[in-house]
Design a protein around this ligand. Sequence first.
Ligand code: PLP
Length: 413
Amino acid sequence: MTALKELTLDVVKVRADFPILERKVHGYPLIYLDNAATSQTPRQVIATFDDYYRRYNANIHRGLHTLADEATAAYEGTRETVRAFLNARERREIVFTRGTTEAINLVANAWGRANLKAGDEVLVSLMEHHSNIVPWQLLAEQLGIVIKVIPVDERGVLDLDAYRDLFTERTRLVAVNHVSNAFGTINPVKELAGIAHAHDALILIDGAQAAPHEPIDVQDIDADFYAFSGHKVYGPTGAGALYGKAALLEAMPPWQGGGEMIKTVSFDTGTSFADIPHRFEAGTPAIAEVIALGKALEWVSGIGLELIGGWEQQLLAHATERLVAVDGLRILGTAPHKAGVISFVVDGAHSQDIGLLIDQLGVAIRTGHHCAQPLLTHFGVDATCRASFAAYNTPEEIDIFVDALERVIGMVR
Ligand code: PLP
């Protein structure tokens, strides 16, 4: 009985943690289906900010007073929480960043500049978010590295044979997402890592869309680098993390200079740098945000990502069933393994119009290119509508969304 009970997410209890779900938008109850862009924040995480600024707001690491000690302990406590969340071996393998974008830029600038030279190759997939394309394009311009693109099939699934064929003796790094934000495809990252390593290449995994939906084990995947953002996993904006294998991080030079990342600074003898991970955390970090990120991950772990992912799969199945029945609607991204993300276009109705009008009925979905223009261009569209699910969404909300969508389509056609 206990095992059975544990398999069901108590969505009423989950929803009670999210004050924002009580609000109305244009007179309608909010139905928030833009979770792939940013998830909502539970009251426990909101309370963390209040507590921090009321009781122990202080700069970390450099103070000898009580408030600084408490803030440092809470900040470093999140490092342990993130380590456990990703199942990293050691705390020092976790670098705090502003989010996934900054984590990828860190790898490109610190690891990339030290290890890549003209003619070296980086493989990225066609379904990358711009934040895992543009940093490599900048390096291509500046260092002369070559970017090669892993193709996808008509379902939005990576072509593994083509992936294998792309490797040469110049391939140094594979940079791929774990889950596509545009189509929801879950990529076989462990397999991708195995193939990369067999070719002596490293793998950087963009986990922005995986962290909220499935348990992550960087050791099992054998990821060299793994990045995610707090604000997509029920945490605040401005805080995320980069996991890097200790040996790799240790061999990397810093990418930003400033306070916190040094051992000694001298005009005469130069500067020596702090050990990892502090070498990569120059300046005052987003202290309250990092502490709140820890609370968010505790909140997620308290429910369990298996349970959250399983619930979202039910929502995905229900939404897919309802959406395919809508006249003229086409889902883009039909991979067999998908997270709770559905992209679609509707004949005779522009995605932007749908997004604007459905907002008038209280439903928040995202429309546009989802920062994945190469993928959308490949599929012959410049925009889609995207509904994405979180632990607090319900099948009833999906019904209201699809009914509203049908109403809106009737208005614009
Ligand atoms: N990668 C993926 C797959 C994403 O979905 C996003 C955000 O949408 C990012 C990277 C960038 O994340 P952030 O803007 O939090 O740095």
